[in-house]
Ligand binder design. Structure first.
Ligand SMILES: Nc1nc2c(ncn2[C@@H]2O[C@H](COP(=O)(O)OP(=O)(O)OP(=O)(O)O)[C@@H](O)[C@H]2O)c(=O)[nH]1
Ligand SMILES: [Mg+2]
Length: 435
């Protein structure tokens, strides 16, 4: 088998660069550096065209490593030029660069971890919110898989009871055994639904939300109407015009979304926080948050943004800063903003198309949030169980029993974690190189 290498840290100047190497050539590589190949950390020097390069090495022998193979990890000063030097040295010894997720795939093939844990690692790296990070860490510990396995056992017992009930009751479905089966089914369905409920902001609502946030008179309602192409929200020069959130369906490029016009927040808020609290809560739940700033409002908006960011540290990734009323102050964009910014005018329409494209890009990125084969299997099984639970009053018991059997098979298949090769290929292309 090939020996692979990949940089595990970003390619940029940094105190350290970290290179991972996995495969049978590791022993020869270490020996070439004058080291014996055993589990250890060691220091060595690599002769390079630039002079001697100090290396720190972590050696792990098969099968006691992440991939289950002989493994070397090299740390050295984090300069992109030195990274290229080390990569050339490795390539000259017959090693090849790893493709995306190849280390984790080798770990999977060596039985070092199962698919749900492999996916959890990827989900953790790519998580967009603390809720997703918590979920991924739980999945890495196997919490979800364990809970699902326990549920599968309860479902197996229920499925067996259905078969037994047929033997005793000819065609009476209102009899006691069938009623208790119905109760059992409802319980398991609820437990599975609770288990599948994911707390990430994206999944709380199926249609993504784009919220317009800012201090009073920022031009939120005007921009809301302009993005919608019709007058839905009240516009006035009296600060504090919008009170309760106004929600409307909109199409941004290819993506259907809900626009949410919020009440103004900040020191000039005339309601002493009553509506502002609702606006902040809605802002935290949004998939994309537009921070609207009219000329002269940036200090106040920035402190509001800081308050929100303290509540959810992943918020900046979902925000766009929008300079409004660009017809009044065309050079507002010269001021530095904490997140990516654009300028628009709801009155002239300037910048609206670019804003719509930027929002669409954010929504598309949010749509590629990490996913897991195990959770998909669990959701499939939940759908089947829900159909069984809904139909059990009117359907013949055989039909319900068949659905219960199918839901159990779906859970078992998900827990078996045996994905065909092409599915694995697809899963691992979503990993980063070096993982
Ligand atoms: N020149 C100019 N004025 C604008 C623009 N957008 C909004 N305004 C004006 O700014 C004022 C406030 O606009 P709104 O859209 O009601 O502002 P808001 O942020 O919704 O205000 P509240 O709901 O009170 O928080 C109105 O007088 C608008 O006509 C713009 O692009 N250019
Ligand atoms: Mg308004």
């Amino acid at each position: 088998m090939d020996t692979i290498f990949a940089l595990a840290t970003p390619l940029q100047p940094a105190p350290l660069a970290w290179m991972r190497v996995s495969g049978p050539a590791c022993a020869a590589l270490a020996q070439g550096l004058g080291l014996t190949f055993g589990p250890a950390t060691a220091a060595a020097t690599l002769d390079t065209e630039l002079g001697p390069l100090p290396l720190r090495l972590w050696i792990a022998r098969a099968p006691h490593s992440y991939t289950g193979q002989d493994t070397l990890e090299l740390a050295f000063p984090g300069s992109p030029v030195l990274v290229a030097v080390v990569e050339r040295w490795l390539a000259a010894r017959g090693l090849r660069p790893a493709v995306a997720g190849e280390f984790t795939r080798r770990a999977l093939e060596a039985g070092k971890l199962d698919l749900s844990r492999a996916e959890a690692i990827n989900a953790l790296i790519n998580a967009q919110s603390d809720a997703q990070r918590r979920e991924a860490l739980g999945d890495m510990r196997g919490d979800f898989a364990r809970a699902l396995a326990a549920l599968a056992e309860t479902l197996r017992a229920l499925s067996a009871s259905y078969e037994v009930a047929f033997d005793f009751s000819e065609d009476e479905i209102e009899t006691a055994p069938f009623l208790s089966l119905a109760q059992g089914l409802a319980h398991i369905r609820n437990d599975l639904a609770n288990l599948c409920a994911m707390p990430s902001p994206r999944q709380r609502h199926t249609i993504p939300q784009v919220a317009l946030f800012g201090v009073p008179n920022a031009g939120k309602s005007s921009l809301f109407n302009a993005l919608l192409g019709r007058r839905r929200s009240l516009v006035s020069d009296v600060p504090g015009t919008t009170r309760d959130p106004v929600v409307a369906a909109a199409k941004l490029g290819e993506i259907a979304a809900e626009l949410v016009d919020l009440s103004g927040v900040g020191a000039s808020d005339s309601d002493r926080g009553r509506f502002a609290r609702r606006a902040r809560d809605a802002a935290l739940k949004a998939d994309v948050l537009l921070l609207l700033c009219a000329p002269g409002q940036s200090a106040e908006l920035e402190s509001e943004f800081e308050v929100l960011s303290r509540e959810d540290r992943s918020l900046p990734g979902r925000c766009l800063w929008v300079w409004t009323k660009s017809d009044l102050a065309p050079d507002a964009t010269m001021v530095q903003t904490p997140v990516e910014c654009l300028a628009v005018s709801a009155h002239t329409g300037a910048g609206l198309a670019a804003l719509a494209r930027a929002i669409e890009a954010r929504l598309a990125a949010a749509g590629t949030a990490p996913h897991s084969t195990l959770r998909e299997g669990a959701s499939r099984s939940l759908e089947t169980l829900s159909r069984a639970a809904q139909g059990m009053r009117q359907d013949p018991p055989e039909a319900t029993a068949a659905l219960v059997r199918r839901a159990l098979r779906e859970l078992d298949e998900a827990l078996l974690q045996q994905a065909p090769g092409d599915v694995l290929d697809f899963i691992f292309t979503r990993f980063c190189i070096g993982k």
